[in-house]
Design a protein. Sequence first.
Lengths: 403, 242
Amino acid sequence: MNLAAKDIQHNFGRFALTTLGVGMLLMVVMGMGGIYRGIVEDATILVDRVGADLWIVQRNTKGPFAEVSRVQPNLVHRVLAVPGVQASREFAYYTIQRENRGKQLRIAVLGLSWPTDKGEWVTLIAGRLLTQNHFEMIVDESLGIHLGETIKLGKETYTAVGITKGMLSLNGDGLAFVTLPDALAIQFDTPGESIRLERAAREGRGEVSELVLKQPTLLDQAAKPSGDLPAIARPQLSAVLVTLASGTDLDQVVNIISGWGDVSVYTKEGQRQLLLKGMVEKVRRQIGLFRVLLTVIAAIIMALILYTMTLDKIHSIALLKLIGAPNRVILGLIMQQALVLGVLGYCIAYTIGQKVFPMFPRRVILTQTDLLQLAGIVLLISVVSSLLGIWKAMNVSPNEALA
Amino acid sequence: MSKKETKNDLAIETLGLTKIYGSGNTEVVAMKDASMQVHNGEVVALLGPSGSGKSTFLAAVGLINPPTSGKVFIGGQLTLDGGEAYTNLRSFRRHHIGFIFQKSNLIPFLTAVENVQIALELNGETPRAGRKRAMELLDYLGVADRADNLPSMLSGGQQQRVAVARALANRPSVILADEPTAALDSSRGRQVMELFAQVAHEQGAGVIVVTHDHRALDIFDTIYEMEDGLMQRKIQHAESSV
């Protein structure tokens, strides 16, 4: 006869509610781990998928995901000249906040080096890739922009031609893919009045310039649009992505580019580690500590629940001792209930989590390793938390049955 | 006396049992030099006012609360010598002693039949055989129709009969009952006492019953009385005038 099952059956309502509570607590522990995995996935998804062997960024910076990185547009050609480089692409990346249909929208904009890079590495769930150099965009579904919908960014209107899923920035903002010229146009968009004021200021500075005094016709040039002025450079890129020819010695290419004074170069893994160690490390520690705290709290709560459950049947335990039940029967009664509580709590956590986690604003990824690890921890805390109840049961005297 | 010393003709024998609680100024002598012999098949009544030490004596004989000094023999085997146990007391209780209390003391989360069955399963009976024997006992005691009810759904008398069934389940050589008929009407009380006598005579068990019910004293073979911790009188049934 299974005494644990009989006791649970007798107090089913209370046990079910208790298990539900423990399950909800374990769901939070499970969710915290899933949030961490989601952050890591979000942080590295671009680096993993974009298919670059090397990332060339502004000298002494850690790249566009960590900080502002500016490199000259002509760097893409310089890199292409390095032996072993098969292709080089321009890359622009930044985050903007705009209003769409009355809602604040944070968009991580990524400029694709179209037509070299049409975004083939992006997995679409609807629509198509970019087919023209301007005014088209691929957006992540998390942004809430529908296929065919238009959105005004800067002075232009862009049409969503493709929808992706799970393409998020490190901060959890949905990605929008546009061509590089469009990305730079959005990033460096300046209001008309500001441009006019700059031209006027340029003219004013020219009037007192010694060069203009010697060559007055230069003053006419100052009033022209910036793009017509050869002295003013094109907007700068965030990075240049390099694809190496097969069989190329990666280190050799890195050594060559590292010798250039204006850029730093990272391998794909290097950039990945920078993201993980630089941006995710604190989050990892914070979530890790929360998980430990929640696990300890879960263990304490389970211990108190099991202790209370033991106290509730202490008279029966004394009676069992009186009629000669060996310790293993009493230990089994408490331990089995602890394990049932833990296992059912875990199952509840998993089942509810599957329904609830997709509603979270950030991605929650439950990996098999994490789930197995948590299952092991739950079994362990079930055993440990039953010790208090077992200790109480072992110390109760059969005399108490006579009281 | 050596550990192997036995007295095979006696179901229960106690020699000079003394129980002292506390020490110094707070010392209380609950039982003093209490000796008793119960033969196989003998039914003994233990009378006495509240606080006289009856329950203390029963707890010592039942190997629940060892005496401060004195010896307890069960089935001729030395089991307790003062606080020193000469056997695994819990295992010994399981195999040889049946308990019945004033309150039925049933396990609340087990049905009537399961309360009896658990005692059998603890003694190594299979669940199927245990249930069969438990049902037979409940039938014998007239509560088979309530076998699947929880104790909370039974009357006091029905609960007590289930407790009696549990005590008899393993055919113990010793039955200890502490005011078992207190919750029963006089008719049921007498039936239970007769049942003890029947079990004692049929199984050869030694039975000690602590009771206040003087109407059923004719059933007992021997009557002891305790007062102030002393086992004062011993009355053979024939000479009982209580």
